[in-house]
Design a protein around this ligand. Structure first.
Ligand code: ADP
Ligand code: NI
Length: 220
C-alpha cells in the first residue's frame, strides 16, 4: 500500500504544478494563491468531516482551471482538465468524481443544484470560504477594480434577483457584491466545519460594511 500512498501524493503535487502553470497569468482573483488557499482549507475541512483527502486535494487544485475566464468556454476548460486527469495513474472512478466536482461547484448566481458527494461539499465550502472574511473583502475590491466597477455607488441598489448572466455582467459595485453574494454564503455552507468558520467571517464582514458606510458619511 505504501506505493499507492506515494503515487497519490505525487498526483496531488502534479495537480498543484498544473494549476499553478494554468493560473499564473490570472489577475481576476483566480490566481494560484487563491487555489492554494482553497487546497489548504479543503485539507482542513476534509480531516474534520472525514472526506477523502486526496480527491479533495486534486479537485481543489484544479477547481478553477476550467473557468470560462481562462478558457474559450467552460466545456473546453473541462476537456483540458479531463485530458490531464486521464494521464494520471488514478482509478477511473476518482477521475470521474474529481471532474464532476469541478464541473458542478461554481456559484453561478446560486442557480446550481447541491453537490452530490461529501468531497464535493468540502471543496465547494473551501472555495466559498475564500470569498468571505478579510480575504473575501480584499478579493472583491480587486475584482471590482478589474471589472471597472466603482467601490460604492449610493444610487445603485443591490440587485435582488438575477440570472447567472446578469450576475456576471450587469452593473454592480464592490459594496453591492456583498449583498448580491458574500452575505448569502454563510447559509449555503454544506458542512458543519465550514459553517463554524463562515459564521465568524460573516460577522467580520457585517462589521466592515457598517464601518465603511459610516466612514462614507463622515461619521466615524
Ligand atoms: P470563485 O469561483 O473562485 O468564487 P468568482 O469568479 O466567482 O470566483 O469570483 C472571484 C472573486 O471575485 C470572488 O472573491 C468573488 O466573490 C469576487 N467577485 C465575483 N463577482 C464580483 C463582482 N461583480 N464584484 C466584485 N467582486 C466579485
Ligand atoms: Ni475558486
Amino acid at each position: 500500500m505504501r506505493g499507492e500512498r506515494e503515487s497519490r501524493e505525487r498526483i496531488v503535487r502534479e495537480a498543484e504544478a498544473f494549476a499553478v502553470a494554468e493560473l499564473s497569468q490570472d489577475r481576476t482573483g483566480h490566481d494560484a494563491e487563491h487555489v492554494r488557499r482553497v487546497a489548504r482549507m479543503a485539507a482542513r475541512l476534509a480531516a474534520e468531516e472525514g472526506a477523502d483527502a486526496d480527491v479533495c486535494a486534486v479537485a481543489a487544485w484544479l477547481h478553477d482551471a476550467a473557468d470560462e475566464k481562462l478558457n474559450e468556454s467552460k466545456e473546453s476548460g473541462l476537456r483540458r482538465v479531463e485530458e490531464w486527469l486521464r494521464r494520471q495513474p488514478m482509478a477511473e472512478r476518482d477521475q470521474a468524481h474529481i471532474l464532476e466536482i469541478i464541473a458542478t461547484m461554481s456559484y453561478n448566481a446560486g442557480a446550481n443544484p447541491p453537490m452530490r458527494t461529501l468531497e464535493g461539499k468540502v471543496v465547494q465550502d473551501a472555495d466559498r470560504l475564500d470569498a468571505v472574511g478579510a480575504i473575501g473583502i480584499a478579493r472583491t475590491f480587486v475584482y471590482a477594480g478589474w471589472r471597472g466597477d466603482l467601490m460604492y455607488d449610493p444610487h445603485l441598489p443591490p440587485r435582488e434577483q438575477m440570472t447567472p448572466g446578469e450576475y456576471r455582467r450587469g452593473p454592480s459595485t464592490a459594496i453591492n457584491h456583498f449583498h448580491e453574494k458574500l452575505l448569502k454564503l454563510r447559509d449555503r455552507m454544506n458542512t458543519a466545519a465550514a459553517r463554524r468558520i463562515a459564521e465568524e467571517r460573516h460577522a467580520y464582514m457585517v462589521r466592515y460594511l457598517e464601518r465603511f458606510l459610516r466612514e462614507w458619511e463622515g461619521l466615524d
